[in-house]
Design a protein around this ligand. Structure first.
Ligand code: WT7
Length: 662
């Protein structure tokens, strides 16, 4: 594999910590307020993690039974465990203790799809709702350790669903509501989910989404599902299967508004979240209770510099890890007010985000580079007249942020008065692992800067696996020692967990990303070095899209690669050869695009599909995707050695085909 060095190592502009953050009159003093303090804390966190994380776990979490052993296991066997004998309940930590201390504090602000539809839920109300749903689940026979699928729009009931599962020790598996029924079915089947929690319809950007119908199609072929619990979001007529389907409001009305939280071992699973890898079917990444919750809380506290009066707004979807950690578990474990956004950045106008910030006096705002780029392109006028002065920390996540977008975010949104945190992490890391800290780390646009507490990042030579020490190095990014919130396994597939993360480079956790450490020690993420592509921050596997295409009766072979896209970061290009006797007809490419939408979901739709007479293959028949990548990205003049191709003449044909289509 190759990692390309970027052009940033010369003289990058450095942005110091904004003065306003350190000036305690206009905002709370950051918890970490100098680079020296950061270094000292980081050093302790990696050199003496037992002391560091014991203290933090006592400060941030409530344990029903204390732990004796801070860390055990390791990368060799993949048997990492934290806080071994300890017991705690995630729902108790996120709800009860705040409902007791600050019952009237708003836990969730729901900014509905329509700008005038705001719902606020206090901690007291949240405890009642979570308890009721926990009791409903129990009445349906759900027990500790059972898996529950959640396929829901961005409504407070989605948050309630996660916490209700956690309360009784059921393991939630949230499936992003943009996934197709086939994808939902695969995830339900893999996890043998007993119950599906859903809604009649979703609402996004003024459009309705037929959520329940999609669930029906998925569940028709999922024998493990005994019940589907349906929240009435729009009141639309939906198909109903008697005996299996139940109305949320009817069941909730019968349930008692208190349910005792189930004491869970720190290492009991909290949730599964399916994510794409470079090969095969999506993996059910498993996170456990104690370490994950600690990572979630610690990162919200230090990276977003969360203080008790803050309003925390993460604009992600609950269906991805960002939503799990930074809408639900991180903010709530600290007793924060978290904002849940049901709409899109441009509905009804591209001012929507700024309207939300102004209306709710948001202090931390967290979104993805793709949204920042799209809004930047639409023009600064959409920000005019909005009061964004409540903001202190603005974050970016999901893909590398280009310096132009970073600077626009800093100037137009942060007014050069906010910390901009480019946060790097993954579904598998549970919480942010490389990031600036608002009061401590001077930033460079495009760099995720330095490791968070407990993280020992290393850059490895991709071929030899040797650590590249010192500065000014480029290689693949790995982590040198276990940290609390790392994923513990792949559901029912531990060897896949080992093969993907722990075996590629013995003694390290392998991220799958390329990275550099520049002359000043700043880390720059270069993007994936495997066959994972990142479209608008959505993680997709080229292999999955290829399998979806091959399911079509016309397709013989498919090769999918990531092209560069100014707006979405990467975009999907698919090359297909057709079966004998099938002609490339007008409309076929559209049909193939639909096929991908149907099998995976709309967000996986290829930007371009080329039906070609042949693919570039080696003599042994291996498809050389590198060549397709270069052709699509206008680098056909740098194809390198094509002599290993079985038929070098395909290259011209492919170049012509791509030219014709653009
Ligand atoms: C992949 C993980 C966990 C956040 C949401 C995505 C890319 C994530 C950054 C960043 C450069 C980033 C990496 C990573 N990525 N954040 N700040 N800079 N790249 O989670 O779906 O598990 O994807 O997203 O390639 O491996 P995910």
């Amino acid at each position: 594999m190759t990692v390309e060095a970027g052009s940033n190592t010369m003289n990058d502009p450095i942005f110091p910590v904004p003065k306003r953050l350190l000036d305690s009159k206009s905002s709370p003093t950051p918890y970490v307020d100098s680079f020296e303090k950061y270094q000292e804390m980081w050093k302790q966190s990696v050199e003496d993690p037992d002391t560091f994380f014991t203290n933090l776990s006592k400060e941030l979490l409530s344990w029903s039974k204390p732990f004796q052993t801070v860390r055990s296991g390791g990368f060799a066997e993949g048997d990492v465990a934290w806080f071994l004998e300890g017991e705690l309940n995630a729902s108790y930590n996120c709800v009860d203790r705040h409902a007791l201390a600050t019952p009237d504090k708003v836990a969730i602000i729901h900014e509905g799809d329509e700008p005038d539809s705001v719902r606020k839920i206090t901690y007291r109300e949240l405890l009642q709702e979570v308890s009721r749903l926990a009791n409903v689940l129990k009445s349906l026979g759900v027990r500790k350790g059972d898996n529950i699928a959640i396929y829901m729009p961005m409504i407070p009931e989605a948050v309630v669903s996660l916490l209700a599962c956690a309360r009784i020790g059921a393991v939630h598996s949230v499936v992003f509501a943009g996934f197709s029924s086939d994808s939902l079915r695969d995830r339900i089947v893999d996890a043998s989910a007993k119950v599906v929690l859903t809604a009649d319809e979703g609402k996004r950007g003024g459009k309705s989404i037929a959520t329940k119908r999609i669930v029906d199609q998925a569940v028709a072929n999922s024998p493990s599902v005994s019940n589907v619990l349906v929240f009435r979001r729009t009141g639309a007529e939906v198909p109903w299967t008697e005996g299996r389907d139940l109305w949320w409001h009817e069941e909730m009305a019968k349930a008692r508004p208190y349910c005792a939280p189930e004491p869970m071992n720190a290492e009991d699973p909290l949730f599964l979240l399916y994510t794409s890898g470079s090969t095969g079917t999506p993996k059910g990444v498993m996170h456990t209770t104690g370490g994950y919750l600690l990572g979630a809380g610690a990162t919200v506290k230090y990276i977003f510099d969360y203080h008790p009066q803050d309003i925390f707004a993460c604009m992600a979807d609950i269906g991805w890890i960002t939503g799990h950690t930074y809408i639900v578990y991180g903010p709530l474990v600290l007793g924060a007010t978290t904002l849940l956004f049901e709409s899109t950045p441009t509905y009804p106008t591209p001012s929507r985000f700024w309207e939300v910030v102004q209306k709710h006096k948001v202090t931390q705002f967290y979104t993805a580079p793709t949204a920042i780029r799209a809004l930047r392109r639409l023009g600064d006028k959409w920000l005019e007249g909005y009061d964004l002065s409540s903001l202190r920390v603005i974050g970016s996540v999901g893909e590398p942020i280009n310096p132009e977008a970073w600077e626009w975010y800093n100037e137009q949104v942060g007014k050069k008065n906010c910390a901009v945190v480019d946060t790097y992490w993954q579904t598998e890391t549970g919480s942010i692992i490389v990031t600036p800290l608002p009061g401590a780390i001077a930033t460079k646009p495009g760099s995720a800067t330095f490791p968070f507490f407990g993280i020992k990042p290393v850059i490895l030579d991709p071929t030899s696996g040797k650590e590249l020490e010192g500065n000014d190095v480029t290689g693949v990014l790995a982590v040198g020692q276990p940290w609390p919130s790392m994923a513990r396994t792949v559901y029912n597939n531990h060897h896949r967990y080992l093969d993907t993360y722990l075996r590629p480079y013995n003694g390290y956790y392998f991220t799958g990303d390329g990275a550099s450490r520049d002359k000043d020690g700043y880390i720059w993420i270069r993007g994936r070095v495997d066959d994972v592509i990142n479209v608008s921050g959505h993680r997709l596997s080229t292999a999955e899209i290829e399998s979806a295409l091959i399911l079509h009766h016309s397709v013989a072979e498919a090769a999918v690669i990531g092209g560069h896209d100014d707006l979405t970061g990467q975009c999907i290009h698919a090359f297909t050869t057709l079966k004998p006797n099938i002609e490339d007809s007008e409309g076929l490419e559209k049909e193939l695009a639909l096929q991908v939408r149907k099998v995976i979901g709309p967000f996986a739709t290829p930007k371009a599909i080329y039906c070609v007479s042949d693919l570039p293959k080696t003599r042994s028949g291996k498809i050389m995707r590198r060549i397709l990548r270069k052709i699509v990205n206008n680098e056909a003049d740098q194809l390198g050695d094509t002599s290993t191709l079985a038929d070098p003449s395909v290259v011209e044909m492919l170049i012509d085909k791509v030219k014709q289509s653009s």
